[in-house]
Design a protein around this ligand. Sequence first.
Ligand code: TXA
Ligand code: MG
Length: 311
Amino acid sequence: MCVGLPTETVYGLAGDGLNPSAVARIFEIKKRPAFDPLILHVASIAGLSRVAASVPEQARLLIGHYWPGPLTVVLPRTAEVPDLVTSGLDTVAVRCPAHPVARRLLELFGGPLAAPSANPFGRLSPTTAGAVEEELGAALALVLDGGPCAMGIESTIIDCSEGEPVLLRHGAISLEDIEAVVGGVRISTDGEKIKAPGLLSHHYAPRTPLWLWEGSLGESPQLDNRTGLLAWNRAPRHPGPVRVLTPGSDPREAAANLFTHLRELDAAGVSRIVAETVPTGGLGRAIADRLQKASSGVIRSRNGILQEIPR
Ligand code: TXA
Ligand code: MG
């Protein structure tokens, strides 16, 4: 049985993480390729010993600081973790969510829950129970409604399996906040990310093609009403639908709004979404990363002519 589960980052599609047929059902519902491993969610640090063969010092420090919370650590796995969870890797990704509903379910269940974001593979992550219901409701036993996700962007993933911590995915805890605990962290290169193919490809995407605007939309170009705009902190004059990520120029507010605003623009019947460049300090980096992966490329105006440059 699989359920929609609220967490503080995004909603998850949760099932028994140690039961191969439940895990297989998650892959099936999500239409996720079997080479893309899942995160196991645990109720507490105590739950780690069943799934992680060892916990290096740096991982201990990070966990001590940020659990429960939006931090996923990649650690050497135990034999009890089904191969399907890790896609055959000898490491496992683990996180301890802070959301009270997720915590309660984990405590009642008494074991780890595998939970990818509750969206069809490659699509926008859901940040409300309604969005889960809409996309995957028919396949789920139930969707637990824990309200809108406070953070709205996925957990930060740090690989600690080889001693020196490596950042695999920018997320709800900024690089600066990770480095405040363990010092300099290496950021994995795309080549290394082949280890976790889900981190690589076209991802987090709306159905409508999304293009990144070079610079600010302030002196808005000749975009027509068939274009939806995702602006950073103020709405430019524009004949089509506009969403502003953060009127207060606060990256946390922007992260919380990101997937909801993209979902709304996607539903607005436009033929193209154009996103303004976001400042990349703190959580801005995770937002920019999501937009980049969701995008078809860059759009710009040259001598009054719009040019789309596919990536
Ligand atoms: O905030 C989150 O992390 C949410 C909520 C539901 O907890 N979950 C989430 O899961 O974002 P998902 O499946 O959408 O993304 C998990 C990412 C994938 O890109 C996968 O490739 C990577 O984690 N991953 C999982 N196991 C890994 C491993 N052993 N080594 C490296 N990357 C791994
Ligand atoms: Mg996902």
